[in-house]
Design a protein around this ligand. Structure first.
Ligand SMILES: [Mg+2]
Length: 226
């Protein structure tokens, strides 16, 4: 059993909401743009983009290249499509079991977020997910917005997060989904690490920096001392 954890830090993408839904939301806005510009009708674009997402997965980086090839469109459109995807206010929601968990615990524990990704994109996601309901602004760390910008490959990010509170490393927990990014530094710092098996990374084999794996947030209740 995990010792009492005073701070629970969460990753954002796939940990709090399904990242694929961000893409679906962005593809809708991109398809609206293409229709407004009379380049392609909405249904045609949206369906093609969803088909690529389904066949290649949400981590695939060449979706718009494939899309332009498929419809014989100029690849000069791609930078604008990427900008639209990045800058749109996404229509996304937190997992229902995440909401249940934080509703139950946000008054008992400090809750924080540590997320990589492009600063403004992550900030838009945080707004859309209305995470300020449970997370104090100062406890939400978008690593790209640090000065200088950083990411979770740097141990200092987790030290900065912990230093926001006057507590010991052993009282920190980090919950994430990506074994290649999320757990090494918090684990080496003595934090508890919990992997939620959601999203594209859930198929990666477990590795040495993960203390526990869970399938749903109700399982967390068994891992923290209430
Ligand atoms: Mg993630």
């Amino acid at each position: 059993m995990v010792q009492k954890c005073n701070i629970i830090f969460f990753d954002l993408d796939n940990t709090i909401y399904l990242e694929e839904n961000f893409k679906v939301s962005g593809f809708k806005v991109v398809s609206q743009f293409l229709e407004e510009k009379k380049i392609l009708n909405f249904i045609q674009s949206y369906q093609s983009l969803l088909d690529i997402l389904k066949s290649k997965g949400s981590l695939y980086k060449k979706t718009f290249d494939d899309f332009c090839n498929m419809h014989q469109l100029s690849t000069s459109l791609i930078p604008e499509m990427i900008e639209i995807l990045r800058n749109h206010r996404p229509d996304i929601s937190p997992y229902l079991d995440f909401v249940e968990f934080v509703e139950q615990h946000y008054q008992k524990y400090f809750l924080g977020i540590i997320t990589d990704g492009t600063g403004p994109v992550q900030q838009n996601k945080i707004k859309s997910l209305a995470l300020h309901r449970w997370f104090d602004h100062k406890n939400i760390i978008v690593t790209d917005c640090l000065s200088p910008p950083s990411n979770k490959h740097n141990r200092s990010v987790f030290i900065i997060a912990r230093n926001t509170f006057e507590i010991k490393e052993a009282e920190c927990t980090y919950i994430g989904d990506n074994p290649n990014l999320d757990f090494k530094h918090p684990h080496q710092l003595g934090w508890k690490t919990i992997r939620i098996l959601r999203g594209e990374h859930s198929i990666i084999q477990a590795e040495k920096y993960v203390d526990f794996e869970i399938n749903c947030y109700s399982e967390l209740n068994n891992l923290i001392r209430l």
